[in-house]
Design a protein. Sequence first.
Length: 310
Amino acid sequence: MRYFVTGASGWIGSAVVAELLDAGHQVAGLARSDAAAAALTAAGAQVHRGTLDDLAVLRQAAAASEGVIHLAFNHDIAFSGGFEAAADADRRAVETFGDALAGSGRPLVIASGTLGLKPGRVAAEQDGHAPGEFAHLAGGPRTRWETGELTLSLAARGVRSSIVRLPPTNHGDGDHGFLAAIVATARSKGVSGYLGDGANRWPAVHRLDSAHLFCLAVESAPAGSTLHAVADEGVAIRDIAEVIGRHLNLPVASVAPQAAAGHFSWLAGFIGLDSPASSTLTRELLGWQPAQPGLIEDLDEGHYFREPPA
């Protein structure tokens, strides 16, 4: 099969491309820069130059493929105050893929997230689909949720659509996401902190395990499926802080809620969330079994604690 992948040179996307190629598929990836194009070529994938705003490019690439895995999101815009604009561009891309694949029975798999689905409770795949559950959302966050529901609705138009919800951390050697930011915060503040009692939990998965799930989804997920790429159902933030403190030889301490913004900066809105999630239904449906190290084991391998370049 020949699959089109957006975000193909990114942290998760590059692993997805490698997984698909190893499984014997052909891959064409979207590249918005020369560096991304070179990385895809080196990996053995074909290149479509463009961005998520180039809808004609997206339509043509999707129509020429046996399926689409959509991982790209303009984080540069999103994290510089333009989250709503980034979410709008993402929705337009999904609409374009839906139109290109309608009536074909071909797959469309997009990335979503587990964070905040069922605060304080273990979220399952069937959660998060009732409109009332997210009535409080507005702007970009609401658009992101609506885009996931739009994707699932494409099953009624003859698209084998599915969403893969990712935990807040897809860990592994080379990660520059949430976990790396927590380590950097500990290093800069001289203390490995957690909010309150630190008992709140984050789900987690190794990037290679999440890449394998995307491959399974595009190959065989039933139309309208919601999948959870969750290996660790919920790791307490205090446990994470203790491993970080041990490796960096730093004290481990609670940070008061009123001091969260000053200590954790942009992480303050996430570090205190209690958002465990299950992947029981995903494992039963597709036979997915995480095989890589869990979050704590991966932290203990030490690669998160290498000194940053001078």
